[in-house]
Every structure is written in C-alpha cells, then in structure tokens.
Design a binder for this molecule. Structure first.
Ligand code: SF4
Length: 198
C-alpha cells in the first residue's frame, strides 16, 4: 500500500490515507477535453507508462493481478481509509470475479479499515452484493472527450438507476470533470424518486 501525503506540497490523494492496488492496469481509456482544447489522458496511465514503467511491463491497458499485496491491509493496524484501485478499476469487465471476491474477503477481514472503491463499470457491481459494511462503493461517470452534454446527462441517468441496485452502506458518485448541468438530471430524478441513491 502507498501512504498518501496530505500536507502542503504533498502529492497524495486528499480524501484517503492509503492506496492499495491488488489489481492494476485499466482498459477504460479515459480522456478529457481541457479548457484550452487539448486532450488529457488519465493520471494513472501517465504514471504506469512513466515513473512506474518497470511495474507495468505490458503497458497500462493490461490486467495485472498482484496477489502478493493481498495481505497488506491486514498488516496495517491503525484504522485508515484505503482507496482500492488508484491504478485500476477493480470492477472492470476484464477482472476475473474470483479475484474481486478475494479482494472483498480481505476488506471484510480488515474490518477496522474503511475501503473506498470507484468504478466506471457499475453494471457489474450488483454481482457482488451485499458489500462488506466497511466498504464505500463509488461510481465514476465516464467522460470521454467526444461525449456531448446530452450523452453525459444520459449516462448520469443510467448510472443513478444502476446505483439503486448496489447493496452497500455507503454509495457515492464522482462526476469529474463536470462538463454538463448535472443538477437538472438530479432534479428530474427527485421528481419521481424519494432521494438520490447516494
Ligand atoms: S477508469 Fe480511472 S484508471 Fe481507468 S483509464 Fe479511466 S481514469 Fe484511468
């Protein structure tokens, strides 16, 4: 696991204490259109093909199973927030279900920690219901640089629907960058549903 440095000047992720990557690599191929019109790629791909190149001999768009890291959360005794898959999508369509179940088992055993997951493939999440009570299950809206505002709104609607099928104590959503008016979609949702599914 990697400790996240959050002090001034630290380059860690602010909302977690550790990152843990029992699986690594990702095939979603996310890209973003930047305000100046340039196209940005995901940070994980940059790291995997730059500084951490030795750990990704087959490139970033490949599935790596790091079984030797499975016990790491059990060795950390201080209750911590642990982001699972900062260099992967654990629930990506390419990850064998048996590997996901092994990771979830470790989360269940390490009950003193809070695990945070984030997936761009929410259609698969209900397969692992119910999630351990110490896991926050997050979905992240895809933001391909060619996706229109209408496409974004449509994807958000379908993600909200998908989230209602996930059995987890805490569900959360990431929409980043926010390139369309999501509030209208939330408003519409609340007209026919009692609350948002997170
Ligand atoms: S899902 Fe995450 S890790 Fe995968 S390509 Fe997109 S931003 Fe990168």
């Amino acid at each position: 696991m990697n400790k996240q440095r959050k002090n001034a000047g630290g380059r860690g992720i602010e909302w977690t204490d550790w990152t843990w990557n029992p699986t690594a690599g990702c095939m979603h191929g996310c890209t973003w259109k930047m305000p100046d019109g340039s196209i940005a790629e995901c940070y994980a791909k940059k790291i995997a093909e730059g500084l951490a190149r030795a750990a990704y001999p087959q490139g970033f768009e490949h599935h790596y199973w790091r079984e030797h890291t499975l016990q790491e959360p059990l060795k950390e005794k201080t209750p911590s927030k642990i982001f699972v898959g900062s260099m992967a999508d654990l629930f990506g369509h390419w990850t064998p279900a048996e590997q996901i179940r092994q990771v979830l088992d470790v989360m269940r055993q390490a009950h003193w920690h809070t695990f945070q997951t984030l997936s761009k493939y929410p259609i698969r999440l209900p397969e692992f219901n119910p999630f351990p009570s110490n896991v926050w299950v997050g979905v992240s809206l895809p933001a391909g640089h060619l996706m229109s505002e209408t496409g974004g709104a449509r994807a958000l609607k379908s993600y909200l629907k998908q989230m209602t099928k996930i059995e987890a104590g805490i569900r959360f959503m990431s929409v980043e960058p926010l390139w369309f008016d999501a509030s209208r979609v939330f408003q519409e949702w609340l007209e026919t549903n009692e609350s948002l599914p997170f």
